[in-house]
Ligand binder design. Structure first.
Ligand code: C5P
Length: 232
């Protein structure tokens, strides 16, 4: 496994930020507007978390989790106009992946350096023509440090909890606003303070605070960073 940054000429736009900052929605929309591929790196960590749960792997057993990472197959299937379906070991785990349990498991697993290492090449393999929108926490800092376009999205914790609440309750997932806010703050702290790939803006990343901004406004701000020839 190599740790050298890819030298590929394929353009990459990295969109990093904390949970609920709007990364997923914005990234998918920007991918649609450019015709570029989309990497939902959080889904990979969530998939390992879900697979670990299915296999009754203890979240404190780092070596079992590393084995689980190598054993977990993840496939993304596009759906017309919607969020891609995610198959974990050939089982449709799209809904389970979005639960707070899966998010918390992903965050715990993501703190293990060998897990991050095991997922590096898998993430870099998404860099294919005509381009890639890479959504995550360390896309601009670790996975695609040579990306020509980098964005860091933020939003207040209260607004992020509210967005998550709407998103999850709209899907019939039972959650409380308070619970989500606590979960988001705990996850932020874990993601920002871990030793490997802590959440922070990449050097040269454009910071966009999405608090109070609509999706379209943010999408336009992100697209404005790309040369016009890339926009469909
Ligand atoms: O973005 P999402 O909420 O799906 O990510 C779930 C968790 O996976 C995050 O809280 C974070 O701990 C971890 N993650 C990461 N690096 C990434 C993407 C996600 O550590 N590039």
């Amino acid at each position: 496994m190599t740790d050298l940054p890819p030298t590929s000429d394929v353009p990459v736009l990295t969109i990093d930020g904390p949970s609920g900052s709007g990364k997923g929605t914005i990234s998918r929309e920007v991918a649609a507007r450019t015709g570029w591929h989309y990497l939902d790196s959080g889904a990979l960590y969530r998939a390992v978390g879900v697979a670990a749960g299915w296999a009754n792997v203890d979240l404190s057993d780092a070596s079992a989790l590393v084995r689980c990472t190598f054993d977990t197959r993840v496939r993304f299937q596009d759906t017309p106009g919607g969020e891609p379906r995610v198959l974990v070991n050939d089982v449709d785990a799209t809904t389970e992946l979005r639960t707070e349990t899966a998010g918390a498991a992903a965050s715990a697993i993501a703190a293990i350096p060998e897990v991050r290492e095991a997922l590096k090449d898998r993430q870099r393999a998404f860099r294919r023509p005509p381009g890639l929108v890479a959504d995550g926490r360390d896309m601009g800092t670790v996975i695609f440090p040579d990306a020509p376009y980098k964005v860091f999205l933020t939003a207040s914790a209260a607004e992020r909890a509210e967005r998550r609440y709407k998103q999850l309750s709209g899907k019939g997932v039972s959650v409380t606003l308070d619970g989500l806010l606590r979960e988001i703050l705990a996850r932020d702290a874990r993601d920002a303070n871990r030793e490997v790939a802590p959440l922070r803006p990449a050097e040269g990343a454009v910071l966009i605070d999405t608090t109070g901004l609509g999706i379209d406004t943010v999408v336009e701000r992100v697209l404005a960073l790309l040369p016009a020839r890339y926009i469909a």
